[in-house]
Design a protein. Structure first.
Length: 512
């Protein structure tokens, strides 16, 4: 099994032969404890074209020290990484290779660099003996294993915050080190420095020709045309899906929802800007995005509905809760669950999912641009956004003309979906259109929230009818379900009553 540790650290340059500076005067430090020396031997793995390094990911197999094993480091913020650990084995653990699947796809992971370090370790502790940080002096020898033939040697200081420590403590250590003449390292990790310093002569390929080291990932040029703007937004959503993949596999809070939103944004982009990107190409990808969103949504909608109903039951005065309502709700919810963690991981490991990621890469690299893509974004994008907004207007107008009931519920739900699509289109257009598009994003979000309240009440009422029928069949009291149903009707009525004024405000604020 793998476990995860949040790693917060800073790295500093050190001259060969240097010793660790005296850190006893750092605020909060009671003692500096010598923990001896450790000999570390780490082999880093990547694809031949350095896909992990390009994404600031590091995967290594290390022996020596207190945490020997496989380590995958995932960037969180500057100086902050999540280190996922697995026991030592001869090959890359499947769980770790799965966490980088969205990056490597079908490519092979091969050894690229070997780092051997002699580490002098000190613990900074407070008056109670509690560890504040670990400071180490590392004398590193790097050897290139593929992609080059060079070697390199350097010495560095590493300061790692203790688990659950206050990051502000690192500032205190930093101040002391700077006073001692120590400067921050320009390399974010040992691997990045090793790759830079050991590139050397490119190693021969199978044909005998020298293969150049992989070029660093470039940054897209600022958008100019309508096509540039649409592709920039699409690229951001593609990147979000790829970057969220490890978090979804690790069941990080809100990661599934965030990936699902990215798929929806992409689908909406393809539909809204069909005059920019050829839908004969994007429709096929949109179908696959819909499939992925559906797989991500298995159980999610049910969980949200169950949480809402559970909270509604808890909010009732005790005399209004009759019968085994909570048990009934829990049993009903469990019976409706159709997915599992293993099912979702199977989806993310599937050929279909990897083909979707490859198709997105191809679309970004070689986009199916139409004639309008080369035109002025202010005109092309504004026209597309106005078209989406008009669809929202038509649906809201229809809902307002209908009496309360099923048809109005449907119209409001359709308006909500179109409001979401218009919001995403305005997000894509905002860099080109400025404040009018930003204002539309805000107003569509407000409208979407109101219409979402209404749709949630519709879903809740349908669920309460089903729960009531099951309770009745079991000979249980249905009184509480009736009370909850009435409250959901009031919730829907409040949303419907607020819609006319909300819509007038939206119309007044829309200037596209």
């Amino acid at each position: 099994m793998a476990d995860t540790k949040r790693e917060i650290e800073r790295k500093y340059e050190a001259a060969t032969g240097d010793a660790l500076p005296d850190l006893t005067a750092v605020g909060g430090v009671f003692a500096v404890i010598d923990k001896g020396n450790a000999q570390l031997d780490a082999t880093y793995y990547d694809t031949p074209d350095a896909r992990l390094a390009g994404a600031s990911l590091t995967l290594r197999r290390r022996t020596g020290g207190a945490d020997a094993g496989w380590h995958l480091k995932l960037p969180v913020a500057d100086g902050v990484r999540d280190e996922v650990r697995a026991p030592l084995s001869d090959t890359v653990p499947p769980y770790l290779s799965g966490l980088v699947r969205s990056r490597i796809r079908e490519a092979e992971l091969v050894p690229v660099v070997r780092l051997r370090s002699s580490r002098d370790i000190r613990h900074l502790v407070d008056a109670d003996g509690t560890l504040l940080a670990e400071v180490s002096l590392d004398r590193v020898h790097a050897e290139r294993l593929s992609g080059g033939t060079g070697t390199a040697d350097w010495t560095e200081i590493e300061v790692e915050l203790a688990d659950d420590g206050d990051p502000a403590f690192l500032d205190k250590v930093d101040k002391k080190l700077r006073k001692a003449g120590v400067i921050r390292s320009s390399a974010p990790s040992k691997l990045s420095r090793a790759l830079e310093e050991t590139a050397g002569r490119p190693e021969p390929t199978a044909t005998g020709k020298r293969r150049p080291p992989p070029a660093p990932a470039g940054h897209p040029q600022p958008p100019v045309t309508a096509g540039d703007h649409v592709l920039a937004y699409a690229r951001a959503q593609r990147d979000a899906i790829v970057e969220l993949d490890p978090a979804v596999r690790r069941d990080v809070h809100d990661s599934v929802h965030s990936m699902r939103v990215a798929t929806r944004r992409l689908r909406s982009t393809f539909r809204s800007f069909g005059k920019v990107l050829d839908r004969r190409v994007t429709d096929r990808i949109a179908d696959e995005l819909k499939w992925l969103a559906g797989e991500l949504g298995v159980d999610r909608d049910q969980e949200v509905l169950t949480e809402h109903l559970t909270a509604a039951v808890s909010a009732l005065p005790r005399p209004l809760v009759t019968g085994p309502v909570r048990n009934r709700l829990r049993t009903w919810s469990d019976a409706r669950r159709g997915g599992s963690r293993s099912r979702l991981i199977t989806v993310l490991d599937s050929e279909r999912y990897l083909n979707l990621l490859n198709a997105l890469d191809t679309l970004i690299a070689d986009p199916p641009l139409l004639k309008a893509a080369a035109k002025d974004p202010a005109k092309v994008l504004a026209k597309a956004v106005r078209k989406d907004f008009q669809k929202v207007a038509d649906l809201v107008g229809r809902a307002l003309d209908l009496p309360p009931g099923h048809d109005r519920d449907v119209a409001m739900h359709e308006a909500r979906k179109k409001a979401k699509r218009t919001r995403y289109a305005a997000e894509a257009a905002a860099p080109a259109l400025g404040s009018p598009a930003q204002a539309l994003v805000k107003s569509m979000k407000s409208l979407q929230t109101l219409l979402g309240e209404h749709q949630d009440s519709v879903m809740a009422r349908d669920a309460l009818l089903e729960l009531s029928a099951r309770a009745h069949a079991a000979g249980e009291s249905t009184f509480t379900y009736g009370v909850l149903y009435g409250r959901q009707e009031q919730r829907a009525a409040a949303a419907e009553a607020a819609l006319p004024q909300t819509w007038r405000t939206v119309r007044a604020e829309t200037a596209i």
